[in-house]
Design a protein around this ligand. Structure first.
Ligand SMILES: Nc1ncnc2c1ncn2[C@@H]1O[C@H](COP(=O)(O)OP(=O)(O)OP(=O)(O)O)[C@@H](O)[C@H]1O
Ligand SMILES: [Mg+2]
Length: 255
């Protein structure tokens, strides 16, 4: 048997290359396949872990949102009530109390917004389409700009993980528009073709240099990419300085 010669190092020179080659190839192929299998196992394990981390993150967001709303929110509301009801005996003190009450009202509104944005949207009850329409109309009202929304394609039921991923991506893309874009208009649309769904979030604001990777403290775009990859989707960012920004989230739909 050619293989027996090969195990004996002294006999190796007697091993005809051609006789050993098929065995060697089989062994190499075997170890390559084992390597590929291990690589696949590792990737699957990493994906499972990342999914679990996201689920934990969603649970924490919900808990934080409740604490902000029920605890901090209620306390601020009581302080505001108290301040609004106090009357001082000098006009100057009254004005200062009114100013303090106004600041507490603003703080309350911010806490309420933060609690709301941390909360996982009511996707099960309302569906992705209605939740996204809410997000867009809120942002457009804040920015005072018109919004184009065409989300008819999301009327069909979606896998809950896909729906939550798309919601979080749209939420971050819209938050980025509010923080960085200064747009004149915002558009959020969804289309389906060839069993693929594309969610597009676009603005005609100031755009940015998409060829430069964001620094380590900028996590939004990277997070969108990673989250989408976990459900087999892909993120495309089209932007340039002065040319607005388009974020496309593509996912395959199950049959
Ligand atoms: N719609 C947009 N218009 C203009 N610039 C944008 C837009 N979206 C992203 N950017 C630019 O890309 C950078 C990276 O965005 P990213 O969401 O990763 O981080 P961030 O928003 O700065 O911080 P965070 O980690 O809180 O999301 C932003 O700092 C901004 O310069
Ligand atoms: Mg961001």
């Amino acid at each position: 048997m050619p293989g027996v010669y090969c195990r004996d190092i002294h006999a190796f020179s007697r091993c005809p290359r051609t006789a050993c080659a098929p065995r060697r190839r089989r062994e190499q192929k075997g170890s390559m396949q084992a390597g590929i299998a291990t690589g696949k196992d590792d990737r699957a394990r990493r994906r499972r872990l990342a999914r679990r981390l996201i689920a934990v993150q969603e649970e924490q967001r919900l808990r934080l949102s409740r604490e902000l709303h029920d605890d901090l929110g209620q306390m601020l509301a009581s302080v505001a009530l108290e301040l609004h009801s106090i009357r001082a005996d000098s006009a100057e003190l009254d004005a200062r109390l009114a100013r303090a009450a106004q600041l507490i009202d603003q703080l309350s509104a911010r806490v309420h917004d933060a609690a709301w944005s941390l909360r996982p949207a009511d996707l099960d009850r309302l569906g992705l389409r209605a939740c996204l329409e809410d997000l867009v109309s809120m942002l457009c009202a804040q920015l005072g700009v018109p919004g184009d929304v065409d989300l008819e394609a999301l009327a069909r039921p979606l896998d809950p993980e896909v729906a939550l991923t798309l919601y979080r991506i749209a939420q971050e893309a819209l938050t980025n528009i509010g923080k960085h874009a200064r747009p004149g208009r915002v558009s959020v649309t969804a289309h389906i073709w060839d069993n693929k769904l594309r969610l597009a979030v676009e603005d005609n604001g100031q755009g940015f240099d998409g060829t430069v990777a964001p620094g380590p403290h900028h996590l939004g775009l990277a997070g969108m990419k990673e989250r989408l990859a976990l459900i087999g989707g892909e993120l495309t960012v089209e932007t340039a300085k002065g040319k607005g920004t388009a974020i496309y989230a593509d996912v395959h739909l199950s049959d």
